[in-house]
Design a protein around this ligand. Structure first.
Ligand SMILES: [Zn+2]
Length: 278
């Protein structure tokens, strides 16, 4: 980029730019902020200093659609989940907040057009830690998970589940047959399943954990988020959400995560409505 172009990006006249370049005029915060805007990054991201500069370079020369390298290796989650995080943040905190988070993590909007494209689980651990540092509570992480009934409403996952008639059948199909299409970071095993609840065990896939150089995949907060996603599964087919609690967690030192999904509050009238819809 030429000096004239830099001057324009930084909101300076050529003379102001020349003085700044020669160290005769201080670089204003406004100019730094304008540079960040033009590179689609945040000032905070610049100060933290963990930016993917190669990504900035390739996007600047017109190659869009890539995710940061950190999130591109051993990638077995769906990009639809990034959209879920960002759209729920927009819903709960407003567009500007969501946009700042997107830019901090250098998520190119073009990369989100492919909802079934992949991203690794480190992204969800990082964004959860970022939000937790800014005061997000357990119930907010759960609510972000619940929001997936909105962002996944048009998914093939929802279409398949909408053909089923009972919560029991929906969770059996979701955990036994469909989950591996949604994410492959964990292996799932249904431990209990009846008309009132489903208990499912989840274990980190060790091949992926080794590739990402971590012991377990995700974090306590991503498990709370996953609880909300599991609860929202019934909402995908028009039923009230289930209630989910995690009775054991790998991130608390347990051998596996165990989620109890309860749906005994779903009334026959709810199910009859389901019959009418389908
Ligand atoms: Zn867990």
């Amino acid at each position: 980029m030429s000096h004239a172009q830099w001057a324009s990006v930084m909101g300076l006249t050529q003379s102001e730019y020349d003085k700044t370049f020669q160290g005769l005029r201080p670089l204003s915060l406004l100019s730094v902020s304008l540079i960040c805007d033009s590179l689609d990054i945040t000032l905070e991201g610049l100060l933290v200093g963990e930016l993917d500069f190669d990504l900035i370079r390739t996007r600047y020369i017109g190659q869009s659609g890539r995710l940061p390298e950190r999130y591109s290796v051993a990638a077995f989650s769906k990009r639809r989940s990034i959209v879920n995080f960002l759209e729920s943040l927009e819903n709960f905190r407003g567009w500007e907040y969501s946009e700042q988070v997107r830019r901090f993590f250098q998520i190119d909007p073009t990369a989100l057009s492919d909802l079934d494209g992949s991203i690794n689980v480190l992204f969800f651990r990082d964004i959860s830690a970022f939000l937790r540092k800014r005061g997000f509570s357990d119930s907010e992480f759960y609510s972000i998970g619940l929001f997936s009934s909105v962002t996944a409403a048009d998914s093939s996952f929802a279409k398949v589940l909408s053909t089923l008639k009972t919560p029991q059948a929906i969770y059996e199909h979701a955990f036994v047959d469909l989950i591996s299409f949604h994410e492959r970071n964990h292996s799932y095993k249904v431990l209990e399943l009846d008309k009132t609840h489903c208990k499912v065990e989840s274990k980190s896939n060790q091949d992926i954990a080794r590739a990402l150089n971590v012991k377990t995949l995700g974090s306590r907060d991503t498990c709370i988020y996953r609880s909300g996603v599991m609860a929202s599964t019934l909402s995908l087919v028009g039923l009230p959400e289930a209630h989910v609690h995690e009775e054991a967690c790998e991130h608390n030192g347990d051998a596996s995560c165990r989620f109890v999904v309860q749906y005994d509050h779903i009334q026959k009238s709810n199910l009859r409505k389901l019959e009418l819809v389908h």
